[in-house]
Design a binder for this molecule. Structure first.
Ligand code: 1GP
Length: 250
């Protein structure tokens, strides 16, 4: 399956996609079955797999367990180059364009390149932008970068445009896992208005209402992790809310 085509076709027709983030460290394999059943019933579009720091060697087991049970595509969302596996379907090849840490802009990519070049993974270059979520998240500490202040739409817009002009195929605005304040709709709207590649939004989204509001503001893919870890049943309402939004395409 060409996942990038799937995302862009949805965007071009105003449709929205729902990605459930599974952190291999946090998903207890016991609870996973329930999450997978709900994800199948709710027509979840993708699993994003990754975390800022993974301390258990559970990535391959998690990918195997998902594949045994369903066909929902698995997209790696790696916090570092140890979080790679051929068992997934695709990879967000993230460049942390909101930061000025050369290792996360290009350094890790050079190290991973020979592995990725021969892998069967679909590689999607992604301009990854951290937006201040109101608390110190693991990702800000681990990346050693400062997030974009959440009232600075102009910085977010220029960063996203630069990412697109550099050839990145997706822009991902993230307030960080467990953020107190998700990315504001005003910022989503400003960025969505100026880019033509699909926009992924995540971090601290905990209600279906918020997810739908983000979609109306211009997000094309919504990512939810924490809230679903706490309450897997939320998958149904989240998915219904996200899939119910269609934005006008000009
Ligand atoms: C984090 O965007 C994701 O990188 C999801 O965040 O876990 O807060 O939903 P949450």
């Amino acid at each position: 399956m060409d996942l990038y085509k799937d995302i862009t076709e949805a965007k071009n027709s105003g449709g929205k996609k729902f990605a459930v983030l599974l952190d291999p460290d946090k998903v207890r394999l016991g609870k996973l079955d329930r999450v997978l059943d709900l994800a199948i019933d709710a027509n979840v579009d993708y699993f994003f797999i990754g975390g800022s720091l993974i301390v258990n060697d559970m990535l391959d087991d998690l990918l195997k367990s998902i594949k045994q049970k369903c066909k929902i595509p698995m997209i790696l969302f790696p916090g570092n180059s140890f979080q790679l596996s051929w068992k997934a379907d695709a990879l967000l090849f993230l460049s942390l364009i909101s930061g000025r840490n050369a290792e996360l802009l290009i350094g890790n990519h050079v190290i991973a390149a020979p592995y990725l070049k021969v892998s069967p993974l679909e590689i999607m270059s992604t301009g990854y932008m951290l937006v201040d979520g109101g608390i110190d998240t693991t990702v800000t500490y681990m990346s050693n970068t400062r997030p974009i202040p959440n009232n600075k739409e102009d910085i977010a817009v220029c960063t996203a445009v630069a990412g697109e002009l550099l050839g990145m195929k997706l822009i991902y605005m993230d307030a960080g896992s467990g953020a107190k304040n998700p990315v504001p709709e005003k910022m989503i709207q400003s960025v969505s208005d100026v880019i033509s590649v699909p926009l992924i939004v995540g971090g601290g989204i905990s209600t279906p209402e918020k997810a739908a509001a983000n979609c109306r503001a211009g997000a094309d893919v919504i990512v939810v992790g924490n809230a679903i870890e706490k309450d897997p049943e939320l998958i149904m309402d989240m998915s219904a809310a996200i899939h119910s939004v269609t934005t006008k395409v000009s």
